[in-house]
Design a protein around this ligand. Structure first.
Ligand SMILES: C[C@H]1O[C@@H](Oc2ccc([N+](=O)[O-])cc2)[C@H](O)[C@@H](O)[C@H]1O
Length: 507
């Protein structure tokens, strides 16, 4: 008997110390999921919505999408938003990040004509979340520019920042009483480089690396105008925050040679510094080493001036410091080699490939997306570098997730491995004092994955796109994420007992 008591005391003590040592997320850490309007909403022309550049592209050049599919209906969130909120409750989310379709609110893009049905839809959606204490995080722009604005040059029109400011005003006026976190743009790199400097996203302009940089400058100025508008006219009465989300994957040197380190840093600046530096650095403007490189490349190519536009001192000051937080979309990492690039490509190319090449390690777990592998501790590597460069900002991870192939079953153990690794990497950030305040998993539900159509699936919930009702079913990863949110730590022993989801009390 005595032995039994001693044994149980030892077990209790060990268990206690394990529990005490368990690394936890703070109670106020915001756990959520993220989506984007074109990828989930459907209702592409419903109730007065105008055409966007994605509507235009998929209808006029359907071949550019794998499987020739489109987002006309997608997950039909336009008609299913209550079910989506129910899923948020099932998961126990603190927050939900979604985007508004500019052309649902302003069909032509211009603020003289507001679509009341669009305002009503987003009001209903937001109110449904708030009913259950789910905090809405609203992205104003996730890639679906009104087509009418594209016909005027889109992001390359010098008036672009005014159009965006007018749109932002309509959003703040209509929703800012209830939405306390606004994100102006999702991923400038994908908007400008992929849309204007390549053919991998709408509007597929591939404008010889001139359009990319005009877009970059106009976009950060537009962001700053929206931020200053919020700051000056709305913040005092609405009390929210406004920021931007930039895609920041980690680019590490392939070897420890100084050449590779220099190449990796230049690559980071080309990928995300170009958008982050004007807003988050103390000096403002485009990063110097990048500007020098583009000027050098432009001269070699016979341009009279650099293809990268300058900021005036006034513009630098206007843009600098215009974000209450740094929204980071982080998925993966690449290694950068200075030398391999030179043998594989003519350097410099018009795309400013920064004289290098990047690749993933063969040993990293691969997803269904060619660009996405599970790279070790990459969230920590990216955020600690950003923190040093930009004076310790507040971070939110506004996207992070894993793709599986269409048709796989609901047991998505590789996604679970990825999410658990992300949690550990975020806990490393918190241990190190990085100001990381929240995490939005991409994605709540399967959706239209841009050029990959419905072949790559990112959802915690599977969607049956053959079913007119677009039935949603939780994957195993949904149960694991729910468990993490509930406990605020990663329980590696946790296995769902059934695959039936319920809503816990209080949600
Ligand atoms: C899956 C999500 O991807 C997001 O965009 C990215 C970001 C970075 C890369 N990359 O190659 O490193 C690819 C896609 C996007 O914001 C979201 O909408 C999803 O499609």
């Amino acid at each position: 008997m005595k032995l039994l008591v001693v044994l149980s005391l030892v077990v209790a003590a060990c268990y206690g110390s394990v529990v005490r040592q368990q690394r936890r997320f703070p109670d106020d850490f915001l756990f959520g999921t993220a989506t984007a309007a074109y990828q989930i909403e459907g209702g592409w022309d419903a109730d007065g919505k105008g055409e966007s550049i994605w509507d235009y592209m998929v209808h006029n050049t359907p071949d550019v999408i794998r499987g020739k599919t489109n987002g006309d209906i997608a997950g039909d969130t336009y008609n299913n938003y209550k079910r989506d909120v129910e899923m948020m409750r099932e998961l126990g989310l603190d927050a939900y990040r979604f985007s508004m379709a500019w052309s649902r609110i302003l069909p032509t893009g211009m603020a003289n004509e507001v679509n009341p049905a669009g305002i009503e839809f987003y009001n209903n959606y937001i109110d449904e979340m708030l009913k259950y204490n789910i905090q809405p995080l609203v992205t104003l722009y996730h890639w679906d520019l009104p087509q009418k604005l594209q016909e005027l040059g889109g992001f390359t029109n010098p008036l672009f920042s005014d159009w965006f400011e007018d749109y932002a005003r309509v959003v703040f006026e209509n929703f800012g009483d209830r939405v306390k976190m606004f994100i102006t743009f999702n991923e400038p790199r994908e908007i400008c480089f992929e849309g204007y400097g390549s053919t991998t996203k709408a509007p597929r302009l591939n404008s010889t690396a001139v359009g990319t940089y005009i877009c970059a400058k106009n976009l950060v100025v537009a962001h700053a105008k929206a931020y200053r508008l919020y700051d000056q006219e709305f913040r005092a009465k609405q009390g929210g925050q406004c920021g931007i989300t930039i895609s920041v994957n980690w680019f590490g040197p392939a070897t420890e040679t100084p050449e590779d380190e220099v190449a990796a840093e230049l690559r980071r600046q080309g990928e995300w510094g170009i958008y982050a530096h004007p807003i988050f650095s103390a000096e403002g403007g485009f990063p110097k080493e990048l500007s020098d490189k583009i000027a050098e490349n432009s001269a070699k190519q016979g341009y009279a001036k650099s293809r990268l536009p300058e900021f005036t001192e006034e513009e630098k000051a206007f843009v600098r410091g215009t974000s209450d937080f740094f929204g980071v979309n982080h998925y993966t990492a690449f290694m950068v080699s200075a030398n391999d690039g030179k043998t594989s490509f003519p350097v410099p190319s018009l795309q400013d490939d920064m004289d290098n090449i990047s690749f993933a390690d063969d040993d990293w777990l691969k997803s269904a997306s060619a660009w996405l592998t599970l790279a070790p501790n990459s969230i920590y590597k990216a955020l600690s570098h950003l923190r040093t460069l930009y004076n310790d900002p507040i971070f939110y991870l506004t996207e992070n997730g894993w793709s599986t192939y269409e048709g796989r079953d609901l047991i998505d153990d590789d996604r679970i491995e990825y999410y658990r690794a992300s949690m550990e990497s975020m806990l490393n950030c918190l241990d190190d004092g990085i100001n990381l305040k929240g995490y939005m998993a991409w994605s709540l539900l399967d959706n239209f994955e841009w050029m990959e159509g419905y072949i790559e699936r990112f959802g915690l919930y599977e969607v049956d796109f053959e079913d007119p009702a677009r039935k949603r079913t939780p994957r195993k990863s949904a149960f694991v994420y729910k468990n993490i949110i509930k406990n605020r730590f990663v329980d590696y022993e946790y296995e769902p007992e059934t695959m039936t989801m319920t809503i816990d009390e209080g949600h």
